[in-house]
Design a protein. Structure first.
Length: 319
């Protein structure tokens, strides 16, 4: 059977999923997608010739979100052609349309395309970007955002947290903050790690004196003295952005938790430095709550470098 490799770009709200990876009795992103693919392509779930298994760029944990996730699928050309029907469009476009309609509302399909030669969603990736969002200082959380923001009572010291985050940049063994896959390693290269507070800013500018005098009403704000301006949704949030070639299991959430302890004054920078120097997992560096974490982006090299990148990254790394 002639096979074709497809690239799928998607996003999901991880709140109601038990992570990415398929599990027999639990709702997962992979499980929902593969079930939809079997239905659309009319392939039995236990077909040994076409298992329709997805390979993903980053396996997110229970409750973790993805704004941009990438996976690939190998499928027979004749099987893929089944989804075209009367639409009169290329098979990948037909699959995109049918899959978009069939997946649940907490999954969004961005694109389905034929993958270039040598593409592997996991091993060809150059880097992944995650962002963790926190509402600190006991400020009320916008209820529309409660599913992807962690609320904390303490006012976080971002200078101290950035001093800790700076220690993670470069090639390190993150054994204090992660667990390896069987036969794997916790050595990773962090390219960027930074805490920032999103400036408080309105969505629209304040009303001018002329507006107020005229009593104008503009969408989202009223023309009265001290007129209302619509706040930007993420104004004031504390965000941790981390970019690395890859991440080990629980690595991002554990690093966030350790940085937060420093930012709360519960741990000092010497403690964090010791955790970086001694890659040994213990209770004080466990993962923080998952809802604040989102996989934001996955980057790949030019098409002619995909195969070489995949081959290089499969090698077990050492320091």
């Amino acid at each position: 059977m002639d096979m074709v490799r497809l690239r799928l770009d998607l996003a999901y709200d991880g709140g109601a999923f038990y992570g990415w990876a398929r599990q027999p009795t639990l709702r997962t992103v992979q499980g929902e997608l593969e079930q939809a693919l079997h239905t659309i392509l009319r392939v039995p779930a236990d077909d040994p010739d076409e298992p329709l298994r997805l390979t993903v760029a980053g396996r997110t944990d229970t409750g973790v979100h993805a704004l941009h996730q990438v996976c690939h699928l190998d499928v027979g050309e004749s099987t893929l052609d089944r989804c075209v029907g009367h639409m009169g469009v290329p098979a990948p476009e037909a699959l995109f349309r049918r899959l978009s309609r069939m997946v649940p509302d907490d999954i969004a399909i961005h694109a389905v395309s034929v993958a270039p030669e040598g593409f592997d969603a996991r091993f060809s990736a150059l880097e992944r970007t995650y962002v963790y969002r926190i509402c600190d200082d006991a400020r009320p959380v916008d209820p529309r955002m409660r599913g992807f923001v962690l609320a904390l009572d303490d006012r976080l010291d971002l200078d101290a947290m950035n001093a800790a985050a700076a220690m993670t940049i470069g090639l390190h063994d993150f054994g204090s903050f992660a667990t390896p896959n069987p036969g794997g390693t916790t050595i990773r290269e962090v390219k960027r790690a930074h805490w920032s507070r999103i400036p408080v800013s309105p969505l629209v500018p304040g009303l001018s004196d002329c507006d107020r005098a005229a009593g104008d009403t503009v969408h989202g704000r009223q023309g009265i003295s001290g007129g209302y301006t619509v706040p930007a949704a993420e104004s004031g949030l504390v965000c941790f952005t981390i970019v690395a070639d890859a991440f080990a299991r629980n690595m991002v959430r554990s690093l966030v938790n350790a940085c937060v302890k420093v930012g709360q004054g519960r741990k000092d920078l010497d403690w964090f430095a010791e955790k970086m120097a001694t890659p040994l997992r213990e209770g004080s560096t466990g993962p923080i709550a998952p809802q604040g974490l989102t996989l934001e982006h996955v980057a790949y090299p030019p098409d002619d470098h995909l195969a070489a990148r995949a081959e290089a990254i499969r090698a077990k790394r050492t320091l």
